[in-house]
Design a protein around this ligand. Structure first.
Ligand code: CP
Length: 308
């Protein structure tokens, strides 16, 4: 079953084909490849369930629009509306949904929920974010980098801040797409070693550099994310702010990277916390291209999953 669960679980050739197809579909607002007929609707007759146990703007809207552009239909479900893991097991929910829909996209908290869903679904399952990884975001980021700067293989990517779920998928991508990756953040917020070690086994250089200015030297791309999550307490927020303040991406830090380095953020951003307005709105920022590219990258992921 062609589930899209994580970037490291998908073959590099398939990932490359998805990025190339996404670029081809990004020709105009209809989302059809150049030269495709007006009635090109690869998802015609398909129903996609979009399950959200956590809030979302980009993921929700981009999947919904993407499915509709390709002629399919969507059903958006929230955790509170369903019996997910409460009234019945995740496995039984997966079996039932598989009788109604052609694909399940799920955003959830624990990775185990995603894995139980995919183990028991008889239709493809797509990871729309868990506490551990966010592969759809990083596919959009690869597409964004390459449309601005060409192949990402061999480039230097630097992450500043919290070693979170988005970083984890970036580390997966480093191994699969062949770029070097530096993590720069406080030791208390290091990513799991596993993510770094796995990328290294694929022949790329992965480093931890505590000094953010040294980390971004020679960078082709600087990436960050919010310092706190919605569910963090006030005490946790203050502690994280104190730890992460030296890793803010501002103009002084970007000046240490290559002159043509890009800046990315998966959004939503907390402006003037992890990134300043000057960088977010500056000439090196491609954050809104990234947001748009969620749509195009995910359409290619859906087509790969469904074989259409
Ligand atoms: N970047 C991202 O996943 O955004 P949403 O949480 O709004 O979906």
């Amino acid at each position: 079953m062609p589930h899209f669960l994580d970037i490291n679980k998908t073959a590099p050739a398939d990932l490359r084909a998805m990025i190339d197809q996404a670029a081809a579909m990004k020709t105009d607002r209809t989302g059809r490849p150049k030269g495709a007929p007006d009635d090109d609707q690869p998802l015609a007759g398909r129903m996609v369930a979009l399950i959200f146990e956590k809030p979302s703007t980009r993921t929700r809207v981009s999947f919904d629009v993407g499915v509709r552009q390709m002629g399919g239909q969507t059903m958006v479900l929230t955790g509170s509306e369903m019996q997910l893991g409460h009234g019945e097991t995740i496995a039984d929910t997966a079996r039932v949904l598989s009788r109604y829909v052609d694909l399940i996209m799920i955003r959830t908290f624990e990775e185990d929920v995603l894995l139980e869903m995919s183990d028991h679904a008889s239709v493809p399952v797509v990871n729309g974010l868990t506490n551990r990884t966010h592969p759809c975001q990083i596919m959009a980021d690869i597409l964004t980098f390459e449309e601005h700067r060409g192949p990402i293989a061999g480039k230097k990517v630097v992450w500043c801040g919290d070693g979170n779920n988005v970083f984890a998928s970036l580390a997966h991508a480093a191994g699969q797409f062949g770029f070097d990756l530096t993590f720069s953040g406080p030791p208390t917020l290091d990513p799991e070693r596993l993510f770094l070690d796995e990328a290294r086994t694929k022949g790329v250089t992965v480093t931890i550099e505590r000094d953010p200015a040294r980390a971004v030297a020679g960078a082709d791309l600087v990436v960050t994310d919010t310092w706190v999550s919605m569910h963090d307490s006030q005490t946790t927020r203050e502690r994280r702010h104190n730890q992460l303040r030296p890793y803010q991406v501002n103009e002084a830090l970007m000046a240490q990277a290559k002159p043509d380095a890009l800046f990315m953020h998966c959004l939503p951003a907390h402006r003037n916390e992890e990134v300043t307005d000057a960088v977010m709105d500056g000439p090196q920022s491609v954050v809104f291209d990234e947001a748009e590219n969620r749509l195009h990258a995910q359409k290619a992921i859906l087509r790969w999953c469904l074989g259409v």
